[in-house]
Design a protein around this ligand. Structure first.
Ligand code: CU
Length: 119
């Protein structure tokens, strides 16, 4: 089996965008097998994907692929990644089931939805 180098993997992730995230989301809908790290992106002034369905205990990691800084911020005020600079990542762990609207404090038109299902 061919092993991808880290650089190749990174390039793949940047090129694939939402396509890379989708299979992880699908896997989540199956039987619960412990907390997961869900990779998400911010690209072209948008959250990619703009909707995630996860389980309580899962962590979402947003990586900013834009030159501009962004945040991933709970519209209800429960959590905030703070400033995520170009190429940097920030994580939020979701313990409580519920639906969250995410926006960027610098660009409030950027929105996404996260649905956290009970385990
Ligand atoms: Cu932004």
């Amino acid at each position: 089996m061919r092993v991808l180098s880290d650089a190749t993997r990174r390039r793949f992730g940047l090129l694939m965008g939402a396509g890379l995230v989708a299979p992880l989301v699908v896997r989540k809908a199956a039987a619960h097998d412990g907390p997961h790290m869900i990779e998400a992106g911010i690209e072209g002034f948008a959250f990619v994907p703009d909707r995630l369905e996860i389980r309580a205990g899962d962590t979402v990691r947003w990586t900013n692929h834009d030159i501009a800084p962004h945040t991933a911020t709970d519209k209800a005020g429960g959590w905030d990644t703070g400033r995520i600079a170009k190429g940097e990542s920030a994580e939020v762990t979701f313990e409580a089931p519920g639906a969250y609207t995410v926006f960027c404090r610098y660009h409030p038109n950027m929105v996404a939805e996260i649905v956290v299902e009970a385990t």
